[in-house]
Design a protein around this ligand. Structure first.
Ligand code: GTP
Ligand code: MG
Length: 701
């Protein structure tokens, strides 16, 4: 395997709505570039990038996969990301390390919900991008309608570099509007292209489209504009340079046409990526001095700078163990080098670095700035870590993972499953940062929390297949929290002084609410030593532990501040334990005064439904305490956006299916926590009390 310079590397991330054809397109590119000897298909489970057994089984992408196509002098590094809403955080993590986004749009459906989502991610990372109108071979595909949808959603800067030749089942190639040639493809899937003249009936529209493109490139570039006015057109070289610049500056988003299924457009797509997407050394590298993320460190993304690399993903491979995916941002990584992990303050040996073609790794001697690679069996490194040259620290900021949108209680099926579950879950958590695992403090059940029911189902299936651990999914749970709405001032005094060594701890605290999402704050306001300094952390610990166990219904207490302002101690009898207990007593007393309430997660819900059902669905959302945020129509469908408490959405799936005869779909994600209305809160508190008593009786028996 050749070692590539950043200038000859393109890092592209394929993104788009679920099932728009990303994985199939990647498969076509790899075959066309000669990296594979057959055209892998999603439906047969034979693609390079959907290799995980859950992906093959479900025919969807779950993980971001890496692949590469060597095309001329250039290596195109491809990240194939998932498109379904409950996995979209994974896509964001992949865009984080890409230099451009290939946004795939279904040529029948046009721009969809997740298309908009990934577009906003690309905006956030300021990535140049390319739109691919795919599935143009399908019935009811329309280039004009798809373009209209793209322009309506993403603006006038989107412009096609091609016109399709034929449409639906006659789609067989494209007119290249830059060079004004027709490219027809062999429909057997080989991806082979024949160049010829533009078909007579397309000459006029092609000429018009070409002129529009030239004008657009000239716009915003004074030198080109002048030349354009003088000559009425631009020489191809000047035009291509202008186009490249406009794309890199994100003034133009080019559009190309494909059918991944028949592998039409693959060569053109590779050419456009190589010619017009940014090279891997083009962007300045921006990191931080520390994980406080306040002071920036900037350097060039080139080989002569000190080494830095960022681990953006971890995969638990059943054979190779922990595999870390990374991008070299600056410097050059040599195989077998020992490099420093800034996050772990230890060094890691980079033995057997490689590049991935799906699941297959090929060893490389070196990876230069801009390149992507993978390595197995790092000791301590996890997703989100930065490694590099110890003398030149830099930290790259990882993408934040979403708050869980749903939690299920799980139950190991047998004793053996129970024994194994700990290790298995540990591995799964390491590769899936959107997953949480905890124990319900009330019921002692094991809880798995994730972005949606499908997410949890995939995890359960993975536990079974990969780790031979069988678990039963029980009812979904709402991750309630508790907080306070008033102030309090309380004393906690723990005193046991009968016979032998006594215990004595005493503290006075003030408590007040914090803004939502602020968590917990502790202020030590003791002056004059009423509590010795070494016991103060014990008071805080007592409070934190009690807060974790909850006050009303056993849910963690959040968003409050405690000020420790006074107390007393005993020379002999005071200890850390005594002050911890005193802290916990003070906390409970303060909670009694501070008007505690329950908080519940509120979800952003988006429902897509044929219009005729929209009215009923909105009525139903109202009865679920939902607040409608907006309505939108798209391609004959109605989109309803609403905020609804998670508790009301746990069993929504079957309701929506029956209300829309299976034609409605919905997605949701966490928005914020809000106070549970009094009546509902009361029921939850009572149920928790009953559960607690039940448990206690069980223990007594
Ligand atoms: N007719 C036709 N079908 C296509 C085309 N591209 C993809 N498909 C089919 O669409 C389905 C989804 O394709 P994928 O390649 O898995 O789509 P994806 O965007 O990778 O899906 P996710 O990663 O799960 O979001 C498969 O059944 C493909 O065979 C195309 O150009 N034409
Ligand atoms: Mg896919």
């Amino acid at each position: 395997m050749k070692v590539y310079e950043g200038a000859n590397i393109r890092n592209v991330c394929f993104v788009g709505h679920g099932s728009c054809g990303k994985t199939s397109l990647v498969s076509g590119l790899l075959f066309t570039a000669g990296m594979m000897n057959r055209l892998g298909r999603v439906d047969d489970g034979t693609t390079v990038t959907d290799y995980d057994e859950e992906e093959v089984e479900r025919k969807i992408s779950i993980n971001t996969s890496m692949a590469y196509a060597e095309w001329g002098k250039t290596k195109v590094n491809i990240l194939d990301s998932p498109g379904y809403g409950f996995l979209i955080h994974e896509t964001k993590g992949a865009l984080r390390v890409a230099d451009s986004a290939v946004v795939v749009v279904d040529g029948v459906a046009g721009v969809e919900v997740q298309t908009e989502k990934v577009w906003s991610f690309a905006d956030e990372f300021q990535l140049p991008r390319l739109i691919v109108l795919n599935k143009l071979d399908r019935e009811r595909a329309s280039f004009e309608r798809a373009m209209e949808s793209v322009r309506k959603n993403f603006g006038r800067s989107t412009i096609s570099l091609q016109l399709p030749i034929g449409i639906e089942k006659n789609f067989r190639g494209v007119v290249d509007l830059i060079h004004m040639k027709a490219h027809t493809y062999d429909l057997s899937g080989s991806g082979k292209l024949t160049e010829g003249d533009i078909p007579a009936e397309m000459k006029d529209p092609a000429q018009k489209a070409h002129e529009g493109l030239v004008e657009m490139v000239a716009e915003g570039n004074d030198a080109l504009m002048e030349e354009f006015f003088e000559k009425g057109t631009l020489p191809v070289e000047d035009f291509e340079k202008g186009l490249l610049l406009a794309i890199l500056e994100r003034r133009i988003v080019p559009v190309v046409c494909t059918s991944a299924y028949f592998n039409v457009g693959a060569q053109d797509l590779l050419d456009v990526i190589v010619n017009y997407m940014p090279s891997a050394n083009a962007r300045e590298v921006v990191g931080f001095e520390s994980t406080a993320w306040d002071k920036e460190v900037r350097r060039k993304g080139i080989e002569s700078e000190p080494l830095s690399l960022f681990v953006f993903k971890t995969v638990a491979d059943p054979f190779a163990g922990r595999v870390s995916y990374f991008r070299v941002y600056s410097g050059s990584l040599k195989n077998d080098a020992s490099i420093y992990s800034f996050n772990r303050s230890s060094s890691e040996k980079m033995a057997h670095i490689g590049v991935l073609q799906g699941k297959t790794s090929t060893a490389v001697p070196e990876l230069k700035a801009g390149d992507l690679g993978a390595i197995a069996k790092l000791k301590e490194t996890l997703t989100g870590d930065t490694l590099g040259d110890k003398g030149n620290p830099i930290y790259f900021r990882p993408v934040a993972f979403p708050e869980p949108a749903i939690a299920f209680a799980i139950e190991p099926k047998t004793r053996q499953d129970e024994d194994r579950i700990g290790t298995a879950i540990h591995r799964v958590l390491e590769e899936d940062l959107a997953l949480r695992f905890s124990r319900d403090l009330q019921t002692h059940e094991l809880l798995l929390s994730g972005t949606g029911q499908q997410h949890i189902e995939i995890v359960v299936s993975r536990l079974r297949r990969r780790y031979q651990v069988e678990v039963k999914l029980k009812t979904p749970k709402v991750p309630y929290r508790e907080t306070i709405t008033g102030k309090a001032d309380a004393q906690g005094r723990h005193k046991k002084q009968t016979g032998g060594h006594g215990q004595y701890g005493d503290c006075k605290i003030k408590m007040e609410p914090l803004a939502r999402g602020q968590g917990f704050e502790f202020a030590n306001e003791i002056f004059g030593g009423s509590i010795p300094r070494n016991f103060i952390p014990a008071v805080e610990k007592g409070i934190v532990e009690s807060a974790g166990r909850g006050f009303l219904a056993g849910y963690p207490v959040v968003d409050f501040k405690v000020e420790l302002y006074d107390g007393s101690y005993h020379d002999v009898d005071s200890s850390e334990l005594a002050f911890k207990i005193a802290g916990s007593l003070a906390f409970k007393k303060a909670m009694e005064q501070a008007r505690p309430v329950l908080l519940e997660p509120i979800m952003n819900v988006e429902i897509i439904t044929p219009e005729q059902y929209a009215g009923d669905l909105m009525g139903d959302l109202n009865s679920r305490r939902g607040r409608i945020q907006g309505m939108d129509s798209r391609a004959g469908n109605q989109i309803i956006k609403a905020q609804v408490p998670m508790a009301e959405m746990l069993t929504y799936s079957p309701v929506l299916t029956s209300a829309t005869q299976g034609r409605g779909t919905y997605s949701m994600e966490f928005s914020h926590y809000d106070i549970v209305p009094q009546q509902i809160s009361q029921k939850i508190v009572e149920a928790a009390k009953a559960a607690r008593q039940g448990k206690e009786e069980e223990v007594e028996e």
